[in-house]
Design a protein around this ligand. Structure first.
Ligand code: SF4
Length: 334
């Protein structure tokens, strides 16, 4: 709760009349679209995710970066391109997540990009596997103005941790996290807020009590226990937790599985935000990891134009008519 208050205050600090009215316009157009069944869009993205790089030091089995299985091009964003995205969206942006696929700290200009967004009064957040939290990087993180750092850690022992985070070194993650929290305390800083994110699977769910007490001991600001998306869930998977509170799927009783949440023909995400790949492709949301639904490329058109183009309108229309026809939306609990 305390963490949410700090984050809320930081978000409000960067709020403006233009950003707020844009948010209200988006929200209104979303509901008008739902009622009429016709897609209307009356504002510009209020949230964005931007991918610094597709490179990653780990080999996680459910991730295309880890598997090196992208069919789209892989690489690192040019700082000039990042700045163009910020310049075009900063008047409306309330939240920027500088992450999509890959490990952001592998981009040599990553914290410079965070600073650029922060200097343009944009709230910034990122996700990391926390293998690069050295003394030097920790100091640079504080200077960058980053407001939230999400650390992915899915095990409290090396054996369980590396079962999913293949190639990962848990001791390094724990050390980096402790260093960050210690230095922040020493410097009497409130930001970045540190969120420890644990993707619950059938293989690590028994470690939740130990994780909770460790997180409390080192003083992370928030612990998030997240459900895991499984690509081929229909016939079950050892990754599906037995505790159904942490699962997106439920057994049907005949050996097959179904989504816990019933799919409805709506999705607020398609009215409020978008994702940019490292090479400037604008995607509908973070579930489109391989970039199968490119709405446009910023190299050719501006964000505002893409946001209102026929690709977007067609995608939003299909969502309102029958979401189950869109591949990525079938296995999405949004
Ligand atoms: S996958 Fe489809 S339903 Fe899920 S967030 Fe993306 S656009 Fe919305």
């Amino acid at each position: 709760m305390e963490n949410k208050l700090h984050l809320g205050r930081a978000l409000m600090k960067y709020m403006s009349f233009k950003k707020l009215s844009n948010y209200i316009m988006l929200f209104t157009s979303y509901h008008v679209s739902r009622i009429t069944g016709k897609p209307r869009i009356w504002g510009f993205p209020t949230t964005l995710s931007i991918e610094p790089t597709t490179s990653c030091n780990l080999r996680c089995p459910e991730c295309p970066s880890g598997l090196r299985s992208f069919s789209r091009p892989t690489g690192m964003i040019e700082e000039r391109l990042f700045q163009t995205i910020i310049d075009q969206s900063k008047d409306y942006l309330t939240y920027l997540h500088i992450y999509f696929q890959g490990e952001p700290f592998l981009h040599p200009g990553f914290l410079k990009m965070v600073s650029y967004a922060d200097n343009n009064r944009v709230f910034t957040s990122t996700s990391t596997n926390a293998h690069y939290l050295s003394e030097k990087n920790v100091a640079a993180i504080f200077d960058s103005g980053l407001k939230q750092l999400i650390v992915s850690m899915d095990g409290i022992t090396q054996e369980i941790y590396e079962d999913y985070r293949i190639g990962g070194n848990l001791e390094k993650v724990k050390k980096g996290l402790c260093l960050l929290l210690e230095k922040r305390k020493e410097s009497k800083l409130l930001f970045p807020r540190i969120v420890l994110q644990f993707l619950v699977t059938g293989k690590n769910e028994h470690q939740i009590p130990a994780l909770k007490s460790w997180a409390k001991e080192i003083g992370v600001d928030e612990l998030q226990l997240k459900t895991t998306q499984i690509y081929d869930y229909q016939n079950g998977s050892p990754l599906i937790p037995t505790d159904h509170r942490y699962s997106r799927y439920l057994p049907k009783g005949d050996g097959t599985w179904k989504l816990k949440k019933q799919i409805e023909n709506k999705c607020w995400r398609m009215w409020q935000g978008a994702v940019f790949t490292w090479d400037g492709r604008m995607l509908p949301c973070c579930f489109d990891k391989d970039g199968q639904h490119v709405m446009g490329k910023i190299e050719n058109k501006g964000i505002k134009e893409i946001w209102r183009n026929e690709n977007y309108a067609g995608f939003r229309r299909q969502l309102l008519e029958d979401r189950s026809q869109i591949d990525i939306c079938k296995n999405c609990t949004e």
